[in-house]
Write a protein that binds this ligand. Structure first.
Ligand code: NI
Length: 271
């Protein structure tokens, strides 16, 4: 197995362990005879610290990736970068939270997380992109404080650095070549999809259209509140179109990505 396949495999094991729907959807498309190719894998992290994009990207550069483009999300207070590989259709998307733009209360919760990074150095050779949570589980009270301001921050505080979502590359399907057909099959099978900005985000003119399930839920034991059910990960679907030069567009569409981030909002979102 190549280093790249081993990297993807480890991420998939970790991701699918807390996202049972991803395994079920994987099996659903396999049973339809489809070839499953990942369009991209996305990660969440914190800016201005030892796990910022600048630190994490070293690992994917070593795997042969190169930086393609950068993005900024004003409302969600995120920066992001996209990376492509010459021999793989699977892009990497890493976003980082500009946590210093949050309230003092949220900043102090995040500073506490960052301070713990210094005393939790990674074992030599261990992947940073699948290191999970390198800090103690926050209290449920802190989790809810973060959730009030940034669902992204709340998710990251519990799940750490790991794949936030995998994305099936609809262009490689044989039977379900249109994203609308994929959406229809998912709905027929009872999957709840992210409806923010419409079930299908983007237009053919954007060269990328996307859809996503709503994240699975997992029980987590918090010291101050016992067993609570919180959002884990979702599965995404992408269909790409050709640029003027005849090549498939490889980047991302910020307006669509902005809505896709909301796939980890809980059903009882306080927004
Ligand atoms: Ni995505």
């Amino acid at each position: 197995m190549t280093a790249l396949n081993a990297f993807f495999d480890r991420l998939w094991q970790q991701y699918s362990a807390i996202s049972p729907q991803a395994q079920a959807i994987h099996r659903l498309f396999e049973s339809e005879g489809e070839v499953l190719i990942n369009d991209h894998i996305a990660f969440r992290t914190l800016a201005n610290c030892d796990i910022s994009i600048k630190h994490l990207e070293k690992e994917i550069f070593a795997l042969g990736y190169r930086h393609l483009d950068s993005y900024h999300f004003v409302e969600k207070k995120l920066d992001a970068c996209c990376y492509v590989h010459p021999e793989s259709p699977t892009k990497i998307f890493i976003s980082e939270l500009l946590w210093q733009e949050l309230s003092g209360r949220a900043q102090s919760i995040i500073e506490n997380i960052i301070n713990q990074l210094k005393s939790a150095p990674l074992a030599h050779g261990k992947s940073r992109l699948s290191c999970g949570r390198l800090w103690a589980l926050p209290s449920y009270a802190d989790y809810l404080s973060l959730l009030d301001e940034s669902e992204y921050a709340a998710w990251l505080s519990v799940w750490g650095i790991r794949a936030n979502h995998f994305t099936l590359f609809v262009n490689h399907f044989r039977k379900y070549q249109q994203l609308s057909q994929v959406v229809e099959l998912l709905q027929k099978n009872g999957y709840k999809l992210n409806a923010a900005g419409g079930l299908i985000k983007g237009t053919e003119g954007d060269l990328l259209i996307q859809a996503a399930t709503m994240a699975d839920k997992q029980f987590v034991d918090f010291k101050d509140a016992g067993r609570q059910q919180i959002s884990s990960c979702y599965y995404e679907f992408a269909q790409r179109f050709k640029q003027k030069d005849g090549q498939l567009f490889q980047g991302f569409v910020p307006d669509s990505a902005d809505k896709i981030f909301e796939s980890t909002n809980s059903g009882e979102s306080r927004d």
